[in-house]
Design a protein around this ligand. Sequence first.
Ligand code: BJW
Ligand code: ZN
Length: 277
Amino acid sequence: MGEDLGEDISRARDLLARARRVVVLTGAGISAESGVPTFRGEEGLWKTYRAEDLATPEAFARDPLLVWEWYAWRRDHMSRCLPNAGHVALAKFALGRAAETPASGPTGVISPVVLVTQNVDGLHERAARDASGPSGPAPALPLELHGSIFRDRCSRCGRSTPADAPIDASRLETLPRCGSCGALMRPAVVWFGEALEAAVLARAFAAARAADVCLVVGTSALVHPAASVPIATLQGGGVVLEVNPEETPLSDLAAVSIRGNAGDALPALLAREGLRR
Ligand code: BJW
Ligand code: ZN
């Protein structure tokens, strides 16, 4: 890690050490080192596939087999990927801060770290469960803005079910169907032009407005409303820290931009960070 990067990390650590509340926004880049392809850029999925052919409700209505073929492949691939050092560092950070925060108010603990992700790969949740252990405290689960690839939702009645079995997307007859109404199931993810789940979105923006720091990791910050989460922190008087090997539209607004991979930068940024306070 170069000297400039060391300097940026040390400035970012100071800002985090002073922050009482932190919101973290992650995108596909945090899972790149787990082997999950990103969407944009040279190696991105959208180089091979057009977003509008696969990630819109119109595409599903036009060609459900094509859309399911893509999601069946991604679900199978993601199920075999593991959380990397970036996911693990964030999970331990959230757990460590929660342990330091005394329970308050009649409804329990205020989460000092709220993790908001655009990813559908479930890797934050797996890292959080691993960090807590089987008999440890409740894991700090992420707010999944764009849903989960490990759930299906009925395209007609909206019934949602966990789903991790392989799918035969070679014929319409073998696609999953709703147990209630018989219509085609679809992946429970948010496509372009679809509304994000209102309650999840409200919790993410409330956390962002209340945060002293918004740590943004591995997102091109092009897709809204997710990309507006850090703006809410700025509007609330907090600062933005960015971890990304590339510049993004948020870079100019960030107090510190760490130009590195999440798997290297996050352990350095968050390791034993509690000891500095
Ligand atoms: C690394 C790294 C390493 C690499 N370490 N980093 C305002 C302005 C303009 C448009 C809009 C707007 N508001 C809404 C819109 C329309 C649209 C939109 O945003 N369009 C823009 C693209 C122009 N938004 C929507 O349609 C949203 N819905 C909506 O607004 O509804 C309104 C409504 C209200 C009421 C009723 C009805 C409607 C929905 C957006 C849904 C996005 N869905 C997808 C697919 C999800 C399912 C799936 O996975 O298949 O979400 S698209 C895709 O993009 C996916 C991602 O979550 C999302 C963001 O991508 P992300 O994560 O940033 O990845 P990349 O690839 O872009 O970037 C990776 C980054 O990582 C890069 O920067 C790398 O440098 C970096 N990196 N390696 C750290 N090792
Ligand atoms: Zn149904």
